[in-house]
Design a protein around this ligand. Sequence first.
Ligand SMILES: [Zn+2]
Length: 725
Amino acid sequence: MRKKKAIALLLTAVITASAISACANPAASGEEAAVQTAESVEEAEKAPQERDTPAGEEDTSPGEGKQEAYLGIGTVGDKWYASSIAGVVSGETQVSLKDDYFTAINLDYFSDLTIKDGYSSAGVFQDADQIMTERTLELLKEENPKSHEGKLVSSLYELALDWEKRNEEGLNPVAGGAEKIRAIRRVEDLNAWETSESSVFSCRLASFQIENSMADSGNYTVEIYSTELFLEDPGEYFQQTEDGRRTEEYCKNVVCYMLDRLGYSREEADQVWSGCRAFEAELAEHMLTREELYSDDIYDKIINTCTLEELGEAQGNYPLVEVLKADGMDGSDTYNLTEPEWLSALGKLYTEEHVEDIKDYLLAHYVFKTARKTDRDAYDAVQGYRNERYGITGTLPEEEIGLAVVNSYLSRAMDYVYIDAYCTEEERQRVIDLIHDFASYYRKMLEQEDWLSENTKRLATEKLDNLAIRACYSDTREDYSGLIFASKAEGGTYIEALEAIHRHGLQLEQEKINQKVNPDLWLMSTREVNAYYSPPDNSINILCGTLVGAFSMDQSDEAVLATVGAQTIGHEITHAFDTNGAQFDKDGNYHDWWEEEDYEAFNERAGRLVEYMNQIIPCAELQPVNGEMQKTEMIADLGGMKAALMMAEDQEDFDYDTFFRAAARGWAMIETKNSLISQQQSDSHPLTNLRVNIPLQHSDEFMEEYDIQPGDGMYLAPEGRVNVW
Ligand SMILES: [Zn+2]
């Protein structure tokens, strides 16, 4: 199910934080937080790709931890610990900073760190997230919120936690929909389902979203996404990994639980699952695999601009045009069909012969998506299965469950309340000034690249100069005045509120059709502990949530340069020039602006980095790193660090020790083993210890500061370094 999100991310933004990458806030182990655009496109219950979880018992024994210590990087040594896995290192672990800087610097911090109930990870990101959570909860609990947005979020929060009412309703809100699916007999019934009025419970074979066009930046287009599958990677349907097996088990458990509650026998539920599975496998054959998603020519594949008429010709038996009509999305001048092969396959499969399997698919996904919108028993059951899947224990505190709902459905409205309470123009200006300062060094860095021709250098610096810089908050706000729903005191219900929010969100989306993009409507909630680069508008966006705790602006200059500078601003700027970003021009259009020879040299450099990363085996139980999948993020980490060190060179009495320690602390995080395995397999962000140790290995200043010599675990000879920039 997350694949749609992965494509959406390719089409919109590159996100910094691994903990939160491509998916929700780590706190949101309940309802999933909407990372993407408007609440209207929120997807409620995706396959759980977030990280939550504390260590399972087997993870916590220090003895076992030692055996799981890093095998390290073949060419460098076997001296790095798998310290990102909860429980692998303890106070007794002996490690020298010359051998494994990340672990040595964070050892004391890790020794006292525990993963909280309902979470899969702990560390500086979660600490920052906790600060944001506490501040937001305080705002949500305000007795008489003044603003309209304040009233909306507080009402939704209260309704979400009104378990008495939700339990009274039980599964009633979803029983009708399930019954409708059950009654489907023929293709015309399927058509009626697919083209019925859009609702917060909608579950269809295709989905769409209004986005900035990659082919015509600055204008909105309607992106058409392929059918959501339970397994994130269509490749898993043919060659299943252990992680995929765990995901499948989790999804199946939730589906069977819900069907049981709806009166299906176990045998019937199993049949639904296998029909759904068979249909998904047929489609998966024609969908982009994870490997393809991370290949360099992915944009050639997913950018396919077309008209409604052309969609009509491509849709085969599937009524895509009518589905778009049902949601008022049929008036757009352009569409982007992200997976033409998928639509062609769906158009062929959508026949009387396959009605039963398609029904099973719809029913399974429908109950999976809606489970947590119903009563407490269903909520807890889903949590239990998630816990098994990710090794999580316990559940989130009640108030965080309510917050997760607000973050899922009204994140922007919540942002506005937060901004009014906490954000200042001074802080925003400070961050913007730092970005400008940083960008000027980045310019120097690009100018010094001796492998680039003058022409490519000129275009690269033009792209840098054209970078839109955004920090903390936007002055433009989405209009919530038209959104009204009854509060608990007024007799409202949770589902009524969700439906009202859905309709309002859909209306906001419809209003964007054929309009110019408003770049000030950010793609992510500013309360997220994160930042992003957005290729279609060539912008970097530094969010408020990433400026608290270890990434606060109120630290020494060196610490700010390491965390806010190298790891956030420099990292995001480099995304404009990673192997994906480099394919977009200064205006955000997918367009080749490189001299051919330069582009070849660039890709060769990226290839060396991939080879280097492919040698890393994080620990005995993990696969080697997938360098191809994680190269863009590592390019960004390396580039950010290099530019920051250039800046440091010009500062008097610069304290390198403080700088490097802050960099190590910037990614200090532990995760449960299951969660980490899942991340390593599906996330473009390398494990956090690699995000620290690898960039440092590439720095002369680091080698000098700590007198790192051949034989030390952190040593990397200059000729072995694989900086792309
Ligand atoms: Zn990134």
